[in-house]
Unconditional design. Structure first.
Length: 250
């Protein structure tokens, strides 16, 4: 089976590739593409793969734009951290909808469904799938343990403005402008934090909605966020600006 992966987060793409190789060793990964533009170009000049794994939110837009521009006949398994695109996904050759972080058992189910596929799921099955796998039922980390002198205290995630890295360590900045070190990397936090509340704007910063009160246009089509109490310059990476604006808009 020849598989195409469309995913703009290298870590997520690598994890998915490894899971596919583990569950379906005879599968060949044709390519890993990161944008709508790159995917349209590839699919316009290559035969359809046997299966596409497609993230929904890409750096330059939603992946649904790909399938509006290029007609494909192969099935698609959509991957995303959000559940509100499910109906459109199933109307675009979608046979399953995997919520991030992707679990091995769910991927196994999706590949099994591909083998048994005879027709698209009907609306009742779609709504049942959304109900069973809704992102709102996911358990995200709600507190972090920190050391204050000789004491250990819990900091609620709702009281955190920013997670940031500094000199190979990860810190949190609270609403009261206190800084604490935590025992997680930003990459680890990507699977722990509620994506509706926190957004990774660049390699060094995860910001919360309550930190995004002062946002300014910056050079090279980027955005700058001024965070009270943080000395760091927080700039939204250019390839993340569109997704960041969508996130802010809810």
């Amino acid at each position: 089976m020849k598989v195409l992966i469309i995913e703009d987060e290298p870590r997520a793409a690598h994890r998915l590739s490894k899971l596919i190789e583990h569950l379906a060793p005879d599968t060949g990964i044709l390519a890993t593409l990161e944008s709508v533009r790159e995917s349209v170009k590839f699919l316009s000049s290559h035969p359809d793969p046997d299966l596409i794994f497609s993230d929904i939110r890409l750096a330059d837009g939603l992946s649904f734009e790909i399938y509006k521009q290029v007609k494909i006949n192969c099935p698609i398994i959509f991957t995303t951290a959000y559940d509100h695109y499910a109906i459109e996904a199933f109307n675009t050759n979608g046979i399953d909808y995997l919520l991030k972080p992707i679990e091995e058992d769910r991927l196994k189910q999706a590949l099994k469904k591909l083998k048994n596929l005879e027709k698209k799921p009907d609306l009742e099955k779609i709504m049942d799938l959304i109900s069973k796998n809704s992102v709102t039922s996911k358990k995200y980390k709600t507190r972090f343990m920190v050391r204050v002198g000789e004491q250990i205290k819990a900091i609620s995630s709702e009281n955190i403005k920013v997670f940031y890295s500094f000199e190979r360590a990860t810190f949190i900045l609270t609403k009261t402008n206190n800084n604490y070190i935590i025992d997680y990397s930003l990459d680890q936090l990507e699977e722990m934090l509620d994506p509706g509340v926190f957004f990774r704007v660049n390699r060094k910063h995860f910001v919360s909605l309550n930190a995004c009160t002062q946002i300014y246009a910056w050079s090279n089509s980027r955005l700058k966020i001024e965070v009270d109490g943080l000395d760091d310059e927080v700039v939204v990476a250019r390839e993340r600006v569109n997704n960041f604006k969508e996130w802010l808009d809810g």
